[in-house]
Design a protein. Structure first.
Length: 179
């Protein structure tokens, strides 16, 4: 990328929470509005992108938000969760792993390499945290995201239900080992 991209760890404060609430809701909406009902989208967004919810997530010591900034504008972000048990049997102890709970880029920046830069930074964070693997869930119908993750070496290890409003959808669980 030839433009001035900065990827920063988000500050754990109310101002950042308000910014993440707006950004997260907007990018989630951009990504999924055409595949879900307005009622299901509104219910999911209300439950997951309010400023209080974002502040709670920011203050969780096992959660890291990465903000992708272009010339002072945040145009993408990743939400990372340490010690994830995603994809593990309930009776197993989680290995040292990081889950990418969210990775979103504004529509205007899709295809520019910004998502790849954000993914590389997330993988770097996993290595810095001593993680042996990175996991994530992705909607089975999100073919663009599935291809993106496969290019980074993620492989399917399972699936689980993901509910948007009243609609239960299938997410594939993907994993990438780190060396």
């Amino acid at each position: 990328m030839s433009f001035p991209l900065r990827i920063l760890v988000a500050k754990r404060n109310a101002a950042t929470a308000a910014q993440l609430a707006e950004l997260g809701q907007r990018l989630f909406h951009e990504t999924y509005v055409n595949q879900n009902t307005a009622e299901d989208m509104a219910a999911y967004e209300a439950a997951n992108f309010g400023p209080e919810k974002q502040l709670s997530e920011l203050q969780d010591p096992h959660t890291i938000f990465l903000l992708a900034q272009m010339e002072q504008e945040v145009v993408g972000y990743a939400k990372l969760k340490l010690h994830s048990s995603l994809g593990l049997d309930p009776d197993k102890t989680p290995e040292e792993r990081l889950e990418i709970e969210r990775l979103y880029v504004s529509e205007d920046w899709i295809g520019t390499g910004l998502g790849a830069a954000l993914m590389r930074r997330a993988l770097e964070e996993a290595r810095q945290q001593g993680c042996r693997a990175v996991v994530l869930g992705v909607w089975e119908k999100n073919t663009r995201a599935l291809e993106f993750y496969r290019r980074f070496g993620f492989r399917q290890i399972g699936q689980h239900l993901f509910t948007i409003g009243t609609d239960e959808q299938t997410d594939f669980i993907l994993r990438k080992g780190l060396h």
